[in-house]
Design a protein. Sequence first.
Length: 248
Amino acid sequence: MISEADLLLIEQYLEGTLTEDQINQIDERMNKDPEFATHLALVKEMPSAILTDTGTFRNQMHRIMEEDGIKSPHKTASIKRIAPRFILLAVAAILAGIVLAVNIFLPVKKVDLYGMNFSIPNENLTTRDNSILDANLQKAVQAYSNHNFQSAIPLFQKYLQSNESNSEVRFFLAISLMAEGKFEDALANLGDLSNHTGPYQNASLWYSALASIKLNEKNLAQSLLTKLVEKENSYTPKAKELLEELSN
């Protein structure tokens, strides 16, 4: 908090009326007190305002001084020089009004909870013995590993036409769909995996919650995350944090 004494000290500093020891103390305080340094910089950068004798500005200063309980000895007399601390009071009032207006009228920037938590898991797919299916799967895996999800999606889908129950492929298809912004399709593929016990159940719950957040389905996301929190697993800590963020 900047006091009246601080304002006077800033004025004396800029006028060059302080001793060398006092100047050193000011310099040291500016390094330790950002608010003090900012106020000093404000006064330093407005020499034209400090020396002005414009009638309108004089009247504004009289009003500001009166509102702050500061007596003006020459209410109607010409003012050739206005003390910087009074200029600073005016600037501080204006800045406070601007900050208040920004907080009231500008929309609050939303935290991108999806972007903060979504990551591409490394593939760990196992190939099958059938050479035809193997070829499609290997192409899909290669595309996925190269983050070429647009190519990976139809290859995964083609493989699943003959292997609908393959949870591994369906999971990585869903991740590919999320990476391409197809969140509803991703949820559809993750649904069965998250509802049945298996190696991809917890991961499917987690990514289903993220897709729900992206689709503004907050209640669904909270329900999915709660399931992860209720049973201890590797996603539990992150699920707790995300649940807390959603509740704020």
